[in-house]
Design a protein around this ligand. Sequence first.
Ligand SMILES: Cc1cc2nc3c(=O)[nH]c(=O)nc-3n(C[C@H](O)[C@H](O)[C@H](O)COP(=O)(O)OP(=O)(O)OC[C@H]3O[C@@H](n4cnc5c(N)ncnc54)[C@H](O)[C@@H]3O)c2cc1C
Length: 416
Amino acid sequence: MRALILRRVGLLEQGTGGPVIVGPEDNGDVLRLQGFLRRNGHPFQRLDPADDGGARTLLEKYAARPEDLPIVLCPDGSMLRNPSEQQLARCIGLLQAIDPAKIYDVAIVGAGPAGLAAAVYAGSEGLSAIVLDCRSFGGQAGASARIENYLGFPTGISGMALMARAYNQAQKFGVEMAIPDEVKSLARGDGDFALNLASGGSLRSRAVIVATGARYRQLKLDNLSEFDGSCVHYWASPLEARLCKQQDVALVGAGNSAGQAAVYLSGHASKVWLLARRGLEATMSRYLIDRIAAQPNIEVLTGYEITALEGNGGVLRTVRWKNRDGEESAKSIAHLFLFIGAEPNTDWLAASGIRLCEKGFIAADGRHEGSPLDTSMPGVFAIGDVRSGSIKRVASAVGEGAAVVARIHRYLADAA
Ligand SMILES: Cc1cc2nc3c(=O)[nH]c(=O)nc-3n(C[C@H](O)[C@H](O)[C@H](O)COP(=O)(O)OP(=O)(O)OC[C@H]3O[C@@H](n4cnc5c(N)ncnc54)[C@H](O)[C@@H]3O)c2cc1C
């Protein structure tokens, strides 16, 4: 395990090994694929045809048209033209085919801290387990620049470092990973459950753990999705900070997460424009308001809202906003950060019959007194941020991940 981790860290630091992405630095799909590999802690190299003769030769050799960019050369020798994250993950062995005939003891949906903790305990206690995540391991915690309040790390630890350890630890105990793959729906069968996957397949398990956390609210702008994943961000970790170096960025939000992100980004970007509909006093902690005021390169625009995003090919170039009087201005901005709240990831459970609270979080099953992790469907358990009434913290998500496995042992023993 130590050798594996050190070798992986070495490859990441040197920027060697893994697939080779060939395409211009500011191409939206290059940013998308780089982001996917970085979030999954996977080494890669990037060659820019603008300054690399080898890259130009490769593009000529494969007769790559502009719409084929980036091309990706995988370690097995195959070449992909502007692949989806799933195609890339399959090619580099991150995503393996799921055996439709196999029935797992437990399927864990979501690889945030809750899901990974459940995976470590399930795997170490001999259950056959699989974890699915539609994006990458780590969830929201993986995007945190520094987690200061997780037990045992007095100087703090980056969310990515903490989650990468958990991901490796789960694999050490034999847990299978399917990332990226999204669970689209859940159905109860005769003694087991069927999970239908976005990749087209399905998988079966005796019990299901829902650890799908929360997703970030978006602004209602027609072309926002064009820049999502490349220039529109929902957290500010060292990955995003690197993208924004010496550039102006815009950040929308008035809560503590917006304040933390603004202060953090101000250490990397040349200027942070912080847009809030109302004053910060009602929603942000005093210490953050003071830090923002002390930071000369943060400008707070109260009573402003974003009206349009302009750019092309997934690359944002201009952000327009207006004030309460309707006066509009445009700024040259390549990265936009949104911190405007979160909603539970429970849409995929809509047809399952599992009871949700009025805000869409999973409601505990009232019949199991003292077991808040049970849902209204026996055999399906909910942990972490997706559960109504949960404490939205890494440590509590991890604790629930450990606790639910004891509950699953009991459920499987009763069902046998
Ligand atoms: C920027 C930031 C900083 C934070 N800092 C701290 C901190 O310092 N300390 C602290 O204690 N807490 C912090 N938090 C809160 C903490 O990260 C969350 O409480 C915690 O991550 C919740 O864990 P979770 O596993 O329940 O859900 P999440 O972390 O939300 O993970 C859910 C996972 O499920 C996946 N998923 C969703 N739907 C599906 C589906 N249908 N199919 C497959 N996969 C799916 C998602 O891709 C995601 O990876 C922070 C949060 C953020 C955003």
